[in-house]
Design a binder for this molecule. Structure first.
Ligand SMILES: Nc1ncnc2c1ncn2[C@@H]1O[C@H](COP(=O)(O)OP(=O)(O)O)[C@@H](O)[C@H]1O
Ligand SMILES: C[C@@](O)(CCOP(=O)(O)OP(=O)(O)O)CC(=O)O
Length: 201
């Protein structure tokens, strides 16, 4: 692709139900790895940007985790699906454009077509990670079941048929996130060091 200056060494594609903690966990990875090594890419970023522009909405609020986004979620899903039906890789391409770090953390895959895009572009580098939390925990974080959202592909598209490389349980009584993320952090640090070796030689 024309905009890509260098290939990533590792692409960690995260998915999980809303309020499972995808943003929280991927932000933690960024914190542990640092922004020279790692960037967090959100497929919903370019989607929200264009949706906000076309509908005259507040992008900052759509990017946040409050109620504003929830008011528009169902319509945003349909709007994004129209784009994806014409070009399934549309948001994946936009979200990864210009990313230069050796480790890419994609925070919000939702559909098989998202995973297929990464597997086909970066077959050697792509790994899939699921973040899971119980419904009770998600409710404590503000989730409530919404028909048309929680029973649609946007939330259920990766519920089955994918063999995840890692499953992270984001619950108070689970092992700490740092502990669960250890094998991922190890792989990411190896990827970063092999990238700095190949870039300096
Ligand atoms: N392990 C955790 N400890 C404390 N707060 C958490 C944890 N995981 C998620 N949260 C909080 O729960 C809310 C939903 O998490 P978020 O990462 O936005 O979920 P998602 O991106 O999957 O919708 C946020 O306010 C976040 O800060
Ligand atoms: C229209 C969306 O992209 C909105 C996604 O918004 P977020 O990624 O912010 O959602 P959660 O973190 O799960 O709460 C969904 C889609 O189907 O593409």
């Amino acid at each position: 692709m024309g905009d890509r200056v260098s290939e990533p060494e590792l692409v960690l594609v995260f998915s999980g139900k809303r309020k499972s903690g995808k943003d929280y966990v991927t932000d933690l990875l960024l914190d542990r790895l640092g922004s020279d090594v790692c960037c967090v890419l959100r497929l919903s970023g370019p989607l929200k940007q264009q949706y906000a522009q076309e509908h005259g909405l507040d992008l900052a609020q759509l990017l946040g985790s409050g109620l504003y986004k929830e008011q528009y979620r169902s319509d945003m899903i349909h709007w994004g699906e129209t784009r994806r039906s014409q070009d399934p890789g549309f948001f994946c391409r936009l979200a990864t454009r210009g990313a230069q770090q050796p480790v890419w953390v994609v925070s919000d895959a939702r559909r098989l077509s998202d995973l297929q895009w990464f597997w086909s572009e970066f077959p050697r580098q792509t790994r899939c990670v699921r973040v899971q939390s119980s419904e009770q925990t998600r409710k404590q974080r503000g989730w409530s079941f919404t028909t048309g959202v929680d029973d649609a592909e946007s939330e259920c598209g990766l519920d089955s048929g994918v063999e995840f490389d890692w499953i992270i349980t984001n619950e108070a009584d689970a092992p700490s996130l740092d502990k669960q993320l250890q094998p991922i952090l190890k792989l990411a640090m190896e990827a970063a060091s092999s990238s700095s070796t190949s870039r300096s030689s």
